[in-house]
Design a protein around this ligand. Sequence first.
Ligand code: TRP
Ligand code: SF4
Length: 404
Amino acid sequence: MSSNDSGNRVLSGMRPTGRLHLGHYHGVLRNWVQLQHEYECFFFVADWHALTTNYEHAQDIEQHTFTTVVDWLAAGVNPGAATLFVQSKVPEHAELHLLLSMITPVSWLERVPSYKDQQAKLNDRDLATYGFLGYPLLQSADILVYRAGHVPVGADQVAHVELTREVARRFNHIYGREPGFEEQAEAAVAKMGKKASKMYRDLRRRYLEQGDAEALERARALLSEQQNLSIGDRERLFGYLEGGGRIILPEPQALLTPQAKVPGLDGEKMSKSYHNTISLREAPESVEEKVRTMKTDPARVRRSDPGNPDVCPVFSLHEIYSDEDTRTWAAKGCRSAGIGCLDCKKPLIDAINEEQATMRSRAEQFEQDPDLVQSILLEGAEKARDAARETLDAVRSAIGISYK
Ligand code: TRP
Ligand code: SF4
């Protein structure tokens, strides 16, 4: 595959943190299931990423990886449609990470927002490591090694895709020029006259080194204004502006995952660390118990008190699970105190359990036969490696260390 048709590739990864929950399902997995039919998808378990924040508890990673993949399969991710694999089975991620580390300024990593945020938040962990500083670059390698065009991520990961774009741009800038291209481009710059040449060079540097989009705009405008450039030189200078010559590592786009707000049992965002989750493939009695005791509008103390669905987390679940008739019934009944909270929760318990039943039945064969999961992952890793090797061949030869 050439780097130009990579627009159709999607790559995303998930850390192995154990059982997935309804937040993952409605936030991420349903999106993946949709994408797998529209794009060539690569989905992987980011086991090395788990080590970057938790190297002291590495003993759980393997079990969690297995559980994560079974949850994906349960949710309807289809190994016939998408390529599923484990990061550490594709060592090309590590090779590209290393090569990219040579050209990545430390300051770019220090200014990634999650670097300081996580250090402040996870203060029980040792995050003063080289690996933790470099993990967004590892993520860049994950993406670029497949030359993926689209990366479905949540809002918290957009900065990492942005870093990836900057690193790709810098790589192409340093290693992507064709023989003779630079000389010709430089000669064309000189033809613009002293003032315009200097301006072009400054703006170009600002764009290539700092990813300054405004500088790119201004440089393009500057080129458009030039009267005495031939068409050939004009084209050369537009190309030169964005790194010039060949694009070995195309810049990916973030595909922002629509934020399904799945409330947890306490009304906060559903999250494992808040202990407020309903897992995928949870037993029906447990789902029932959890929803029955789930937080409601706190103003509705007695059955006879009217409530407000707009502030009730149970109603947010209706927005995900119920049809319009049921939602209207619940909202009206709540406001008029015509129904009790347990009445309101009943159709939800049924809907969640119905969804879970499908997932449990999909997961059953995999739980009983772990070798089946192993063979899916093995096949996935082989496919992923074929794609990754192609990129590494191009990368090594662009750098000049291919030793053919
Ligand atoms: N860093 C991501 C997270 O913590 C997981 C991840 C690793 C990822 N590599 C990726 C996501 C590449 C998208 C693309 O959620
Ligand atoms: Fe919430 Fe439903 Fe109770 Fe109203 S009736 S407070 S929407 S659970």
